[in-house]
Write a protein that binds this ligand. Structure first.
Ligand code: 1PR
Length: 581
């Protein structure tokens, strides 16, 4: 198993940058005006198969989701192996992954940057996704400034979190469509999924290119369109039916010409509803979805069997159809079973990613490990295997607690923790930290060196305050660190999101722990997912009204079919909370 290539830092200043002569908007040339310079040595082969699309995967990360979505729509994939393959393509999809600087390093060193410029200049059908949009611009400040392909005027900047904006921008927004395009036909007013910390800025110089914008703190470019050149900042492959139809609009060769009605006001970032599947082997060795009460997943009957609530892939697929905005798998015995020995879990991910076209998160067992034969696996290798198998995000529990404790003790970021390594390679938007705290009541904030809250319901002995003690190994061991301290530390170390459980509330159906969610979501500028305790639709509106949570996650009520996901969404709409419906 090979870890993905490591980002190589900012691009070497000597790298060959071909500046494309630019008129305002730098319109691509029609194919008869093919540029001769820069990539003259690259021959152009004609390749024609209406049901096959060429995919540029330069090996810097996981494009499995894009592949799955293309195949799901009935199209074949031809992989780019050389710059000539780009020039021979009839229809090219470029799902940029990783960091801007390392992507440009790879594209420049392989000659693909020149080929891409030439392909775009020839105005052949092109769809860039996420970083595949950003790379078309002049430059990015990510690890930089770093020069991009220089095909569209403008810079790519980081969202500014200094005024409390939650960064990364993760979640669902509706687009403000500014130009009639075939690509976005049917997308008007529908939410699409974004996950990024950097964004391309609209300006007079690139106005002609813009086909939609979105607002998150500032207006940013959510898609561009010029001739046959299209690119989107969002992830169509993770945007449910709307995203699949956008992808299909591009892939269907004969679909040009239709128009969308233009102009719809951009939305705010929608709140997400996440279905969570706690997965483990039952006593027969089958991988099942289970669900505990306060983390105890065994029946309270004499059999004491692990509760079996269904098959992971079946349930995940059903939740996708039901409208879940994300699906999370937590391998809850990962702390003691090495996940790469647990190949069924990887198979679950592979199968789920072929059917679920919203983001998939997987957690459990992400840590360094030496197996019985003395073979050492780094946490990065474990995470890479999860990503390769179809995860969009990984979630770290126990190992993040140890990393945060060490960081708070020494004040030094070693760069060696699993959290730091994985977020450095895959970006912090791909790394969730899962916190498993337990409420500890105290009489006064001075009683403990951890952040306390004045609780809404007093403790058993009339205590008015509580702190939230973090645990590891599925709640088995308590650690000397609070949820507040942990959240702030892991944000510093590179976490992109926090999954905030609460052992006291887990499986109880009495609502989220609002005191806890408010304390943590006010403390960090990364998204917080409220988890544990959902029992009714009102619990979702309550957590969004009273806290800064970006998403709410539930398990038991969905598995037991007590509350359908659609009922949650409809309730939230009635309560005035923006959601993707
Ligand atoms: O420590 O990196 O191996 O990660 C282990 C992961 O497994 C952690 O994310 C941890 O939260 C999870 N985990 C470990 N043991 C259990 C258990 O239940 N015995 N599940 C467990 C945690 C909590 C939620 C749950 C919500 C919603 N499950 O994810 O789904 O509380 O439930 P509800 O809506 O029914 O109340 P590592």
């Amino acid at each position: 198993m090979q870890p993905p290539p490591q980002p190589q830092g900012a691009m070497a200043t000597g790298a060959a940058i071909l500046t494309v002569p630019c008129s305002v908007g730098r319109r691509p040339k029609r194919s008869s005006q093919r540029r001769g310079s820069g990539s003259a040595s690259l021959s152009v082969r004609a390749s024609s198969d209406a049901n096959t699309v060429t995919l540029l995967d330069y090996g810097a990360g996981n494009v499995r989701s894009v592949r799955n979505a293309i195949r799901h729509l009935g199209f074949g994939i031809r992989d780019v192996r050389s710059p000539e393959d780009i020039l021979a393509a009839d229809r090219l999809v470029f799902p940029g992954v990783g960091a801007f600087g390392s992507a440009m390093d790879v594209l420049n060193s392989t000659g693909m940057a020149d080929a891409l410029r030439e392909y775009v200049q020839m105005d052949r059908p092109f769809l860039g996704i996420c970083l595949g949009l950003q790379l078309l611009f002049d430059s990015s400040e990510e690890n930089g400034p770093v020069s991009g392909l220089g095909l569209i005027p403008g810079v790519v900047r980081r969202f500014d979190s200094s005024k409390g904006l939650i960064v990364p921008h993760i979640g669902w927004n509706a687009l403000e469509i500014t130009k009639d395009t075939q690509l976005l036909q049917g997308a008007d007013g529908h939410h699409v999924y974004f996950v990024h910390s950097y964004h391309a800025l609209p300006s007079d110089a690139n106005r002609d290119w813009i086909s939609s914008i979105c607002n998150y703190g500032d207006s940013f470019i959510s898609s561009i369109s010029m001739g046959n050149i299209q690119a989107v900042q969002f992830h169509p492959e993770k945007s449910g039916d709307t995203g699949l139809s956008i992808l299909k609009n591009f892939l269907s060769a004969n679909s040009s010409g239709a128009k969308v009605p233009a102009r719809r006001k951009a939305s705010k970032l929608a709140k997400r509803v996440i279905a969570c599947l706690d997965v483990r082997s039952n006593d027969n060795g089958d991988l099942v979805v289970t669900k505990g009460d306060q983390y105890d997943v065994r029946d309270h009957t004499s059999s004491k069997e692990v509760r079996n609530l269904g098959k992971p892939v079946d349930l995940a697929s059903q939740y996708y159809i039901d409208g879940a905005d994300e699906v999370s798998f937590l391998n809850i015995t990962g702390f003691r079973d090495f996940p790469l020995g647990d190949l069924p879990m990887l198979e679950v991910l592979r199968c789920a990613s072929e059917k679920v076209f919203v983001p998939l998160t997987v957690g459990g067992g992400i840590r360094d490990f030496t197996d019985a034969n003395g073979r050492y696996y780094s946490s990065l290798e474990v995470a890479s295997e999860y990503f390769r198998s179809g995860a969009d995000k990984i979630s770290i529990g126990s190992d993040a607690v140890y990393a945060a404790e060490a960081f708070l003790q020494t004040g030094v970021k070693t760069g060696k923790s699993s959290l730091e390594q994985i977020s450095r390679v895959y970006g912090n938007q791909a790394v969730v930290v899962s916190i498993d705290p337990r409420r500890v009541y105290v009489n006064s904030p001075e009683d403990v060196p951890f952040k306390t809250v004045k609780v809404s319901s007093k403790g058993p002995s009339g205590e008015e305050y509580a702190w939230y003690q973090c645990t590891v190994s599925g709640g088995r061991d308590s650690r000397p660190i609070g949820a507040y301290e942990l959240a702030k530390a892991v944000e510093e170390l590179g976490a992109g999101e926090i999954l905030l459980n609460c052992i006291d509330c887990d499986g109880q159906g009495c609502g989220f722990d609002i005191d806890l969610v408010k304390m943590v979501s006010d403390a960090v500028t990364i998204p917080v997912i409220a988890s544990s305790g959902a029992g009714a639709v009102e619990h979702f509106s309550e957590v969004f009204e009273k806290t800064n949570a970006s998403a709410a996650l539930a398990a038991g009520i969905f598995h037991r079919k007590e509350v359908p996901i659609l009922a949650v969404k409809e309730h939230l709409v009635d309560a005035g909370v923006e959601v993707r419906v």
